[in-house]
Ligand binder design. Structure first.
Ligand code: ATP
Ligand code: MG
Length: 437
């Protein structure tokens, strides 16, 4: 993409409304703009990152055997009245009436709707297990939307719902999601710690939150240093594998939030317990018959008798992750994207746009990179070198390639690694090959 033709409205000044780094940087890097409190437009650069995160989330859900569908954002209130949550949910639910005075709502989550889909179509235990998921916008009328996309009112969530015949199998479905989450966050380039959680208003028996450690997290967390040594990507789980040992290994480590007031908690600072702040990026629940019972989502069991299915639900805050990853990965100059989700891999800068030869050399590097399938953002604007370097640092692409008059005379570009700051000179003729494969 040529920057001269792109839409990347970067800001030099720090926007006054933003209190934390990720919010400031997302505004300054031209990734989002606020439409109303907690409601954002995703500008092209932000949308690319959002889509990259979404793809990794999707791949790991598919790998774990979950099946993608798409449910609507607007739901009928009837199902929520049936489950008993219409009154319980409170003011966070945006309630709407259509022209026929029918009660509707903008979905804050989808347990009711997916349970309804399930009960209409699936009648036998032979069709279990099933795990259905979608990646869809949610609305929660948060009392205090803040921190940009991290606590928005409209936000993108991946939510999966598992259906099993009995609790034993439901725990297997839960474990499959547990491992899928570890893999997902590792691939996204962040460390997310699974923490035993309260089951809260969704209710139920077994629940974990996945917490990214960052100074600006909303809750105080205590966790075992041992989390740093595990590599979730070493677990190559398949459908039906027994994942209990993997889950046990992770959950044997200590992790808690300050609210838990755990009397047996190891001392922070002592042993191997570290204290930090955390951002919740995912949350998984096993809640049994909580919805299947009132909504009569039953299958015929092996003995011919109807039984309510055992359910779980599994959320990932896809749009929140954009902010959370920036919180965990930035410096005073801007964002530092993990390579897996970077909007472009390479930022190419022509520092001598008035020089025809230098421009031709840059154009050729651009064409060569593109023909190799490398995603490259090409700063071909007629602006000064200073603005180019600072915008490139701000938007955080993993690799920067700069060519100016002096480099052109010497036949070299400057290659910079955004994360380490390391710079080296590479022959103009060799630079594209550096990104091959
Ligand atoms: P929180 O405790 O942060 O309010 P929650 O427990 O209400 O979140 P869940 O119902 O568990 O959220 O939703 C699943 C995931 O959706 C969360 O782990 C989080 O990553 C994301 N999420 C929830 N609320 C928001 C929000 N207002 N803005 C952005 N993402 C959100
Ligand atoms: Mg939660």
């Amino acid at each position: 993409m040529r920057l001269s033709r792109y839409f990347l409205p970067t800001l030099k000044e720090t926007p006054s409304e933003a209190q934390i780094a990720s919010h400031r940087l997302m505004l300054r890097a031209g990734m989002v703009r606020q439409g109303a409190a907690g409601i954002y437009s995703w500008l092209p650069l932000g949308l690319k990152v959002l889509k990259n995160i979404e793809s990794i989330v999707r791949e790991e859900q598919d790998r774990a055997g979950a099946i993608e569908l798409l449910m609507p954002t607007i739901q009928s209130a009837d199902l929520w009245i049936e489950s008993g949550r219409y009154d319980d949910y409170g003011k966070e639910m945006l309630r709407i009436e259509d022209r026929h005075d029918r009660k509707m709502l903008f979905g804050p989550t989808n347990e009711e709707l997916v349970t309804d889909i399930f009960r209409r179509e699936i009648k036998s235990y032979k069709d279990l297990p099933k795990n259905l998921y979608h990646i869809q916008w949610k609305f929660r009328d948060e009392i205090r939307p803040r921190f940009g996309v991290m606590r928005g009112r409209e936000f993108l969530m991946k939510d999966a719902y598992s259906f099993d015949l009995d609790a034993e199998n439901a725990v297997k479905s839960y474990n499959a999601m547990f491992v899928a989450y570890l893999r997902t966050f590792a691939r996204l380039g962040v460390k997310a710690i699974p923490m035993r959680a309260d089951t809260g208003p969704i209710g139920g028996d077994l629940s974990h939150e996945f917490i990214v450690v960052a100074d600006t997290g909303e809750s105080e967390v205590f966790f075992d240093k041992g989390f740093e040594d595990f590599d979730p990507l070493s677990v190559d789980s398949g459908l039906g594998d027994d994942l209990q040992p993997v889950v046990d290994q992770w959950t044997s480590l200590y992790a808690a939030t300050e609210e838990m007031h755990d009397p047996d908690a190891p001392e922070a600072g002592g042993a191997d317990i570290v204290k930090g702040r955390g951002i919740e990026v995912g949350h998984i629940f096993f809640f049994g018959e909580k919805y299947s019972k009132p909504m009569k989502a039953e299958v015929q069991g092996p003995d011919g008798k109807p039984v309510p299915v055992q359910m779980g639900s599994y959320g990932i805050g896809v749009s929140r992750l954009v902010g959370a990853i920036i919180e965990a990965s930035h410096d005073e100059h801007g964002i530092i994207w993990p390579e897996a989700i970077a909007p472009y891999k390479v930022g190419l800068m022509n520092l001598a746009t008035k020089d025809a030869d230098c421009t031709a050399a840059c154009d050729k590097i651009y064409a060569d990179l593109r023909s190799q399938g490398v995603e490259v953002l090409y700063d071909d604007r007629n602006t000064g070198a200073g603005a180019k370097f600072s915008d490139m640092d701000l938007i955080g692409l993993p690799w920067q390639v700069a060519l100016g008059n002096r480099g052109f005379k010497n036949g070299v570009v400057e290659l910079k690694n955004r994360a380490t700051g390391d710079r080296e000179e590479v022959a103009i003729a060799d630079i594209a090959a550096r990104f091959a494969g």
